[in-house]
Design a protein around this ligand. Structure first.
Ligand code: G3H
Ligand code: ZN
Length: 283
């Protein structure tokens, strides 16, 4: 069943665990993630970046594919289709109109007044359609698709303003996390996370979930983080296995023979994350 992230995350905040957002790139990615969530009895958020949506054909293709898999795989756990790092009101609206149940409006590259304005517009539209909205303040480091940036910490007063003025459902305050692998240990702003949690009282989102050690995951969850985004780790797991299979069988050409093992690697990676985040048996 397709749902927004609102209920999922409020329950996670209350129950002191986090729901993973796992980004999808294609059919096999989606099968792997849905399969892992169903096996673990976990709610799940399928993250779709604008670039990944383009790669798959468009927002409508993504929704129809996910709906088809939910039916054919007999998926019973709550599933959200969430636009990741939506760049504009128009993109968010198009995703919702195609059937996405949730969107992130990433206005973090704009001055805060504009970010609030964009977010407000998206929240009004999304809520009228039963969809949820995540906003971002500050800047996550590293690169994802078209989005590049250095780390910039979210300011507490900006977090409070955006939540109060827009009625957004979840907030991603950038506090030192990075997209892609970390160079050394991540250095997350836990003191700031606690302050933001206490001030905004809505579920917090941690971007750049790849490579964050378990003790930091636990700490983030204890300080109000209810959604953790993971993308690169699945890509690395997939690519590693596909490379190994192709190296071992240089004459292979049936794509299923090397994609299926890659799909299994993603599934096992997601199962590991679900258990780390504590969302197993929470569906
Ligand atoms: O929005 C998606 C993420 O924040 C994923 O970050 O690729 O470092 O796991 P990651
Ligand atoms: Zn992100």
């Amino acid at each position: 069943p397709l749902v927004s992230i609102t209920d999922m995350l409020n329950k996670a905040l209350e129950g002191k665990y986090a729901v993973g957002q796992y980004n999808i790139n294609n059919l096999e990615w989606t099968q792997a993630i849905l399969g892992a969530a169903e096996e673990e009895k976990s709610p799940v958020i399928l993250g779709v970046s604008e670039g990944a949506a383009r790669h798959m054909g468009g927002f409508n293709t993504v929704v129809k594919m996910v709906e088809g898999l939910i039916q054919d795989m007999n998926i019973t756990v709550p599933v959200a289709i969430h636009l990741d790092h939506g760049s504009s009101f128009e993109k968010c609206k198009a995703a919702i109109d195609a059937g996405f149940t949730s969107v992130m409006i990433d206005g973090s590259h704009h001055p805060i007044e504009e970010n609030i304005e964009m977010t407000k517009q998206v929240v009004n539209y999304a809520h009228s359609k039963g969809a949820s909205v995540e906003a971002e303040v500050g800047t996550v480091g590293g690169q994802e698709d078209d989005v590049v940036g250095g780390i910039m910490y979210a300011k507490l007063e900006e977090c409070v303003a955006i939540v109060q003025e827009t009625g957004v459902d979840a907030l991603a305050p950038a506090l030192g996390s990075v997209h892609g692998p970390y160079l050394g240990e991540p250095n997350l702003g836990f003191k700031e996370m606690e302050e933001v949690r206490d001030a905004v009282k809505i579920p917090l989102v941690l971007h750049g979930g790849t490579g964050i050690p378990k003790h930091d995951i636990d700490k983030a969850i204890s300080l109000g983080t209810s959604k953790i985004n993971v993308n690169t780790e699945n890509q690395i797991a997939f690519a590693k296995v596909v490379r190994e299979v192709l190296a071992a069988k240089p004459d292979a050409y049936d794509p299923r023979t090397f994609i299926a093992p890659g799909r299994e690697a993603i599934k096992q990676t997601v199962i590991g994350k679900i258990r780390e985040f504590g969302s197993n048996n929470k569906a």
